[in-house]
Design a protein around this ligand. Structure first.
Ligand SMILES: Cc1cc2nc3c(=O)[nH]c(=O)nc-3n(C[C@H](O)[C@H](O)[C@H](O)COP(=O)(O)O)c2cc1C
Length: 382
């Protein structure tokens, strides 16, 4: 059957459907003693929805996070964390006619075949962008864990359709400015051009895609589990679990196939008594292991498949050609919403691998034994 869990030590299970009662996550393996509040989770989850309503779907969920288990007196207990948010703003009637008409570019047809037609198709069911809310919640926990190692993760939009960010921005600029506009591009001039591109597509009854860049700084060298749980492999795997992702690259990525070794290799140097590389074409990963340089990944999103423009399709019951115009509430571009989702996904992988490599302890801090009740103190032999 399906596999709804990611990670070996920091295990993230995603639950719920787009128009079911709730979406959520069970995170098993989070160390005890991590300070975690509703505000930590809420703050991250709220970053998913861009403030500009014309750039994203009209579905407006409040996304109030509930912690059902795993936190006691403000700290994680070491037991599985259960986090969820209720689905309240649902309009399932929009999906009535899609029961038998497969949307081109969406998951409807293969999902119907795989689950024999029993799948919950309302709002795309499990194949909905709504399922990125649980990734955000699990990512919020992962980010808090990684803070203990000093690891910082941030993402921004570098391309919408054909508009590409050409300026080289510092990490400080990206951190400060990426979320200052609705397309989540740190350069305001390019952001405006990207916004126009989305609005143009929207007014044509169409959609556009784009690329998100994500950077993880201060990742210690040596994290990753070759052979098959390479750090880049796991990052690619989680990226492709995000709906609508069609491309992934680390560092120079596809471009590295068209340069010479002498151009691609990152020369080593000793700076401040630390081994660094003078360029970062490897994107911080060599041999499936972090090399201590910033991890840089690019994630490509296709244009949203549900568009009002008329498209050819088939009626699955009548086995007849037909056409479809997808109405309902859909994002004309997925990318702005996906920017913090990519951050969360990268955080989940780094939390898992940091635990596996022993960089994060199983208990963070320790209550003094004197704080424990008498009968839990170690007793003398006699
Ligand atoms: C944040 C986010 C929002 C999305 N919103 C929509 C949407 O409004 N309409 C739509 O058709 N697809 C949307 N998608 C994409 C579909 O879920 C996705 O295309 C579908 O599951 C098919 O999977 P695939 O594109 O990965 O092959 C969204 C994806 C993400 C990550």
């Amino acid at each position: 059957m399906g596999n709804n869990t990611f990670g070996k030590d920091f295990c993230v299970t995603i639950i719920g459907e787009s128009h079911g009662a709730a979406v959520g996550t069970v995170v098993d393996g989070c160390p005890a003693g991590l300070r975690l509040s509703i505000d930590d989770l809420q703050g991250e989850l709220s970053r998913r929805i861009p403030p500009d309503p014309i750039l994203s779907s009209a579905r407006r969920e409040k996304d109030e996070v509930q912690i059902l288990s795993g936190v006691f007196e403000g700290y994680t207990t070491g037991a599985p964390l259960t986090l969820l948010t209720l689905n309240k703003d649902v309009r399932s009637q929009d999906y009535e006619k899609l029961k038998v008409v497969a949307r081109p570019g969406h998951a409807d047809f293969p999902t119907r075949v795989k689950y024999g037609g029993f799948n919950d198709l309302r709002g795309g069911g499990r194949a909905s962008g709504r399922l990125t809310a649980p990734i955000m919640m699990a990512g919020a926990v992962a980010k808090k864990l990684l803070e203990n190692l000093g690891i910082q993760i941030y993402a921004h939009t570098i391309q919408i359709h054909t508009v590409r960010l050409e300026k080289l921005l510092s990490s400080a600029e990206i951190k400060q400015k990426a979320f200052s506009n609705s397309v989540r591009c740190a350069d305001s001039e390019t952001a405006e051009k990207m916004r126009e591109e989305i609005l143009k597509a929207r007014s044509d009854g169409d959609s556009v895609g784009g690329i998100v860049e994500c950077i993880a700084e201060c990742v210690p060298p040596g994290i990753g589990e070759p052979f098959f749980d390479n750090l880049d492999g796991d990052l690619a795997k989680i990226a492709f679990s995000i709906p609508a992702v069609k491309g992934f690259e680390v560092g120079l990525g596809f471009q590295s196939s068209s340069v010479r070794g002498s151009e691609n290799n990152d020369p080593y140097a000793v700076v401040d008594n630390k081994i660094v590389t003078l360029t970062n074409n490897s994107g911080g990963i060599l041999g499936g292991l972090s090399n201590g340089m910033p991890i840089v990944v690019h994630v490509a999103f296709k244009p949203t498949s549900s568009i009002p423009k008329e498209q050819r399709t088939v009626n699955l019951e009548e086995m007849q050609d037909t056409t479809v115009q997808v109405t309902g509430r859909h994002d004309p571009c997925i990318v702005p919403k996906a920017v913090p989702v990519v951050e969360a996904a990268v955080a989940i992988v780094l939390a898992d691998h940091s635990l596996r490599s022993g960089r994060i302890p199983r208990v963070i801090g320790r209550k003094e034994l004197s704080e424990l009740s008498d009968d839990t103190k170690p007793q003398p032999h006699r």
